[in-house]
Write a protein that binds this ligand. Structure first.
Ligand SMILES: [Fe+2]
Ligand SMILES: [Fe+2]
Length: 131
């Protein structure tokens, strides 16, 4: 397993915490598939599932930030868009048989998710506490 959800990743919102848990589990599945050398078809299925869910989560989170009038919304959304681009690139690499399990890929996916929740999502969590 690449990542495990723990309480320190909580953003104080049950729905968004659940979405983060689901997102982590899909990322773990993708990582396991990559590590196990699954077929291109299987990896495609895993990456598409992860990509679709990530988009769903980001849209939901963006709606939430808007609803609380979070002032750093634009900056946060730009980070989401950057990550979607990255995952889309991984998808394209799988299609071209170029995606291999490397430290670069796994570290990027893992670190981005953890740093995003802890460093970026936590900002709206803090903001929400004071409204
Ligand atoms: Fe976010
Ligand atoms: Fe999030």
């Amino acid at each position: 397993m690449l990542i495990q959800w723990t309480e320190d990743l909580s953003v104080g919102n049950g729905t968004l915490d659940q979405e983060h848990q689901k997102w982590i589990s899909l990322l773990n599945d993708f990582y396991e598939g990559l590590k196990a050398g699954k077929s291109k078809e299987k990896l495609t299925e895993l990456v598409v599932g992860m990509l679709e869910y990530t988009k769903y989560h980001f849209a939901d989170e963006e709606r939430y930030m808007k609803s609380i009038h979070f002032p750093e919304f634009e900056n946060h959304k730009a980070k989401h868009d950057f990550y979607i681009d990255k995952i889309t690139q991984f998808y394209e690499k799988i299609q071209n048989n170029q995606l291999i399990l490397s430290l670069e890929v796994t570290n990027f996916l893992k670190n981005w998710l953890i740093n995003h929740i802890k460093g970026t999502d936590k900002k709206y969590a803090e903001f929400a506490k004071n409204i």
